[in-house]
Design a protein around this ligand. Structure first.
Ligand code: 6PG
Length: 232
């Protein structure tokens, strides 16, 4: 399913509504809500909007779909971004925040340890890079073909660093996967990923039994066949 919003703010508002609805549904059904947060810049607006939203914080568990190989107070830390934009401003019990330990010099060890902390995921938030990567699964990345491990460390040559990432088997086990994509610089890759043959990592996110939802702003959707027709 694809939803197009007029701009980045409307996109964040639509995503916040969806987040709140999924959280309420999960808590009503099983007493807790589990969400994997995405990194990068696009979700920041969503996280800021959620501060005042009706989310059952005490019953919500936060995970990350990927992390940079840096400490939690580093400017590049995905955890830090979510902490500053949201988690530091809402009453989430510390024990409900399950961050990837990007500070561990041994990224593979951090990934293996993180796999032991996982709970079944009700909602997985993902972004899309202009090269078609999602989480930290990059084109030609060794983890693209991972079939066993749920979390892995991967060396990203072009960034000259390791990343820790949820793998496709885990991403495809989510009850709902939400891609958030914003901005004109993403329009070409959005067209190729949504309308083109499968070749980019993001295209291999196909939840086996879950919902797959793309939320785009008009600029990101501009080159797709559905642009403007579906604008809200
Ligand atoms: C990360 C992300 C990554 C991100 C895309 C899009 O750690 O960088 O998880 O997959 O979602 O690179 O990033 P932007 O939202 O900044 O364009």
């Amino acid at each position: 399913m694809i939803e197009i919003f007029a701009n980045a703010h409307e996109l964040a508002r639509g995503a916040a509504e969806y987040f709140v609805a999924r959280s309420g549904e999960a808590v009503a059904r099983k007493g807790l809500f589990t969400v994997a947060m995405s990194g990068g810049s696009t979700p920041k607006l969503l996280y800021e909007l959620l501060v005042d939203a009706q989310v059952p914080w005490a019953k919500t568990h936060f995970f990350w779909s990927d992390e940079r190989h840096v400490p939690p107070d580093h400017p590049d830390s995905n955890y830090r971004m979510a902490y500053e934009a949201l988690l530091s401003k809402v009453p989430v019990p510390e024990g409900n925040v399950h961050r990837m330990h990007g500070e561990n010099p041994d990224a593979a060890e951090a990934a293996a340890e993180y796999e032991q902390t996982l709970l079944p995921l009700d909602l997985i938030l993902l972004g899309l890079g202009t090269d078609g990567h999602t989480a930290s699964i990059f084109p030609s990345s060794d983890v693209l073909h991972e079939t066993k491990r749920l979390v892995a460390a991967t060396w990203v040559e072009k960034l000259n660093t390791y990343r820790i990432t949820m793998t496709l088997p885990l991403l495809n086990s989510g009850a709902a996967v939400l891609f958030l994509v914003s901005g004109a610089e993403k329009a070409q890759i959005v067209k190729e990923v949504i309308e083109g043959p499968p070749k980019y990592p993001a295209q291999f996110v196909q939840p086996a039994h879950g919902q797959l939802l793309w939320m785009l702003d008009e600029d990101a959707a501009a080159k797709t066949r559905i642009s403007r027709k579906g604008a809200k």
